[in-house]
Design a binder for this molecule. Structure first.
Ligand SMILES: Nc1ccn([C@@H]2O[C@H](COP(=O)(O)OP(=O)(O)OP(=O)(O)O)[C@@H](O)[C@H]2O)c(=O)n1
Ligand SMILES: Nc1ncnc2c1ncn2[C@@H]1O[C@H](COP(=O)(O)OP(=O)(O)O)[C@@H](O)[C@H]1O
Ligand SMILES: [Mg+2]
Length: 179
């Protein structure tokens, strides 16, 4: 990938935030202020098999049951985010997994502000290119990952090419030919 290129990541806003409109709005503002572009946005209620598939790497851990149950307890928001160094930058904005340390050491991060516990830690972010591609494929099966990089990535580099739909929380490419 070019040094200037954007990297995609999958962000999830967990159920205890989605049901709190003020908190959700704050997080959306933090996402935009950190210069992420929102390529796709969807609200969804996960089934238990969805949640178990998504968190399969944690199967057998003591928190697996509570995590999958929690993630199906209400709607979640799924965002495909684009930014230079998107995976690392989104995890930086979220803050570390363990909320009680994070509240103390990184109180200005999303998890520092909106996390309630290690399970209910407000957000998810892919941890590598490989998992971003896999996770995006799981929740946005019709999204063409390679096609986006080939045809659309360049437009998402410059805010001036984009229109933000605040209601749907998604950026689309402006049709400048009709301007
Ligand atoms: N066998 C266990 C049980 C708990 N913990 C840690 O202790 C934290 C607090 O545990 P608990 O009180 O059960 O969590 P809750 O406050 O109920 O919150 P949640 O289930 O949402 O994490 C856990 O999240 C986990 O980080 C742990 O390391 N090992
Ligand atoms: N010790 C823990 N106690 C409770 N829940 C946990 C714990 N570790 C991880 N989790 C939950 O599992 C999710 C996935 O864990 P992990 O991939 O290690 O962290 P991250 O979400 O930061 O990538 C976390 O976001 C959190 O909700
Ligand atoms: Mg993880």
């Amino acid at each position: 990938m070019l040094a200037k290129g954007l990297q995609l990541t999958l962000a999830i806003i967990k159920p205890h935030v989605v049901c709190q409109p003020v908190a959700l709005q704050d997080i959306r503002r933090m996402i935009l202020a950190a210069d992420f572009k929102v390529v796709r946005s969807e609200r969804k209620r996960l089934s238990l098999p969805d949640a178990e598939r998504f968190y399969s790497e944690h199967e057998g851990k003591f928190f697996y049951n509570r995590l999958t149950t929690f993630m199906t307890s209400g709607p979640i928001d799924l965002y495909i985010l684009a930014r230079r160094d998107g995976i690392k930058e989104w995890r930086k904005l979220m803050g570390p997994t363990k909320v009680f340390r994070t509240q103390f050491f990184e109180p200005e991060t999303i998890r520092g502000k909106f996390g309630l516990s290690d399970t209910r830690n407000a957000t998810h972010g892919s941890d590598s290119d490989e998992s971003a591609k896999k996770e995006i494929g799981l929740f946005f099966p019709r999204f063409d990952f390679e096609g986006w990089h080939r045809d659309e990535e360049i437009h998402y580099r410059d805010e001036a090419n984009l229109i933000l739909d605040e209601e749907e929380f998604v950026h689309t490419i402006a049709d400048n030919n009709n301007a």
